[in-house]
Design a protein around this ligand. Sequence first.
Ligand code: FES
Length: 267
Amino acid sequence: MAEIHLTDPHHKFGHTYRRDIWWARPLIIFICLSVFLVYVTWAAFQGNHYTFGPYLSPLYSPEVFGDSPHSWFGAKPGWWPAVLPWSPALLVLWAPGLFRLTCYYYRGTYYRSFWADPPSCTVTEPRKKYRGENSFPLIIQNIHRYFLYIALFFLIFLLYDVWKALWFTRPDTGERSFGIGVGTLVLATNVVLLGGYTLGCHSLRHLAGGFLDRFSGAPIRRSTYRCVSCFNRKHMLWAWMSLFWVMFSDIYIRLCSMGIWHDWQII
Ligand code: FES
């Protein structure tokens, strides 16, 4: 059989016979992920303007310690090291952050976009040998399934935040009243998108599939497997939509808290 070598190991990094703009996709992903990382890091270290009325920014949820009424255990703990800047987000953000960092989809995208390994299909790589994720440090990525369990808990907290976002304090009487605001819809959309992303996780698919990947085993939990597979088919879309919306939710609450945006409410 005739063989075609689309990449030549003797060529330099980035060489290809492709004529399309193959570099556009990794470049756009690089820009989008960089914007997200810079914004979220900045917002996490602010430690203020993360609540507005009954709304709590998803970057700060659950607020384990903090000054807002959403805090579970009161203000900043005494054991917090004085050399570290304080922000309630630093106690929780590592979990969803590592869940995304170790996600199978994101791994493919940032390997390509951030260290060009590979830059794209049939484009010469910076390395001659493929080592995969079988050795340190990338073997640590297998921890993803454990962060899935934590992410499922976070979904429950975020759902509870939506419930709390339905209860407002009336400015005239000071009483608590059931209502709905644009912020409620923003937080509800956030849970839907994060739910779609988390429930489509590859690790959850394996978990729900039981023996579906072994012909000798009895297929169990078939309906759950189908449901997870349904989300999994659009995992990339859920990943991007939820990423954008988490950032937007924080921006919305931050700008309302700063008095720049007005939150329309029906109470
Ligand atoms: Fe993407 Fe698990 S594979 S969240």
